[in-house]
Design a protein around this ligand. Structure first.
Ligand code: HEC
Length: 127
């Protein structure tokens, strides 16, 4: 009887630990915000963001601003538009559209927004 109790306790603890660790794995860990000391790459960071979240609509069809590659960079830097404002990066419409309150808000995460602002602050380079 004592042995059974002991066994039950041990297997109980084992089950509990298995449960806790499986639980832990289910928590979503958001990617860290971009490190401001690391350059944001247009090719490796920005274009993949557009490819994943924007080009379903921004593909040269009826929606303004074609974000497909190649050509997206030139379109963003169009001097007749305000997509990128190097002097006041937070006024860039590419940024103001995707932050809360902007009409593209739902398509971008906070990490996407931080990355976009950082890319503009670093000079909006075609890197
Ligand atoms: C479901 C379709 C759809 C998706 C996905 C989408 N957009 Fe848009 N976007 C639109 C439409 C439609 C407009 C024009 C109306 C407006 O400005 O809200 C627009 C307008 C814009 C404009 C202003 C263009 C101009 O010249 O006025 C920017 C900047 C923009 N979107 C950025 C983005 C970014 C960045 C993403 C990805 C994170 C994105 N959009 C995802 C449909 C979309």
């Amino acid at each position: 009887m004592k042995k059974t109790l002991k066994l039950l306790t041990i297997s109980g603890i084992a089950c509990m630990m298995a449960f806790l660790t499986s639980c832990e794995k289910k928590y979503y860990v958001a990617p860290p915000p971009p490190d401001p000391t690391v350059p944001v790459s247009y090719e490796m960071d920005m274009q993949p963001f557009f490819d994943a979240k924007c080009i379903d609509c921004h593909n040269g069809g009826g929606v303004p601003l074609d974000l497909t590659s190649p050509g997206s960079y030139e379109n963003l830097l169009d001097p007749s538009k305000d997509y990128i404002d190097i002097d006041t990066p937070e006024n860039s419409s590419l940024y103001t559209k995707i932050i809360p309150g902007g009409s593209m808000e739902s398509f971008a995460t906070q990490v996407d927004r931080d990355m976009t602002l950082l890319w503009i602050e670093q000079g909006a380079k075609d890197n």
